[in-house]
Design a protein around this ligand. Structure first.
Ligand code: DX5
Ligand code: ZN
Length: 216
């Protein structure tokens, strides 16, 4: 299992030592939640913060942009060091626009993911099975860490896994929100490839919690 700890839950008064611990853990990705105060009622990091994380960690930079204007911000965050940009289906106007954004992200040398909120049907992802690198299933309403896992994510993961296998796609399924040792196991059984975890990793012993999720 790939684990992508969400730095949204870091204790920012102690950033360097926690990132050092993360660097020595079994995590291979780092999840970076960008919020613009419009798409979600919260504000987080700009590109300069991502640049600082790039300086202190070689973990794969998994950037989840919860913004109204992903076309503009994907380029900004790729320049700052993003290796995966995942944008939200809900802010896009058409399938053509989604495909164009995937192509743009690829042309800029980055991988591209599409995310859906808990009330969005998984079937909207079907046209992109062979062009997106990752599908992010939100298991909480985006905006804040520390919320409870919503079980309707599990059916979406199972359905998506089946479609991915049937279409010989290499896309990964990532789950984000309320992941801990119980819900992480349910997602692993349903077919998830990447677990995002904020509170569970940073409110516990970082290395131990990461190892529990990696071993799923
Ligand atoms: C929520 C974010 C998540 C969040 C997960 O909008 O996308 O990545 O950090 O936090 P936990 O693991 O605490 O639910
Ligand atoms: Zn996220």
């Amino acid at each position: 299992m790939i684990v992508s700890p969400s730095v949204l839950s870091l204790d920012y008064s102690d950033t360097k030592s926690q990132i050092e611990e993360l660097n020595q853990s079994k995590a291979t990705w780092m999840h970076f939640d960008v919020m613009d105060g419009h798409f979600v009622p919260n504000l987080t990091f700009g590109p300069d913060i991502l640049k600082s994380f790039v300086k202190i960690s070689d973990l794969f930079k998994d950037v989840h942009i919860m913004v109204d204007d992903p076309d503009f911000f994907s380029e900004v965050f790729i320049k700052a060091g993003a290796e995966m940009i995942t944008f939200h289906y809900e802010v896009m106007d058409s399938d053509e626009d989604i495909q164009a954004l995937i192509d743009k992200i690829h042309a800029l040398g980055c991988k591209a993911g599409i995310s859906i909120k808990p009330n969005t049907d998984v079937s909207v992802l079907k046209p992109f099975l062979n062009s997106a690198d990752l599908f992010l299933i939100m298991s909480v309403e985006p905006g804040f860490g520390g919320q409870a896992f919503m079980e309707n994510a599990l059916d979406k993961i199972r359905t998506l896994k089946k479609w991915i296998c049937e279409s010989n796609s290499n896309a990964l399924i990532e789950v984000d929100g309320g992941i801990n040792e119980e819900t992480g196991r349910l997602c692993a059984e349903a077919g998830a490839d990447v677990l995002v975890a904020g509170s569970y990793v940073f409110k516990n012993d970082i290395k131990e919690a990461t190892e529990v999720l990696c071993n799923m």
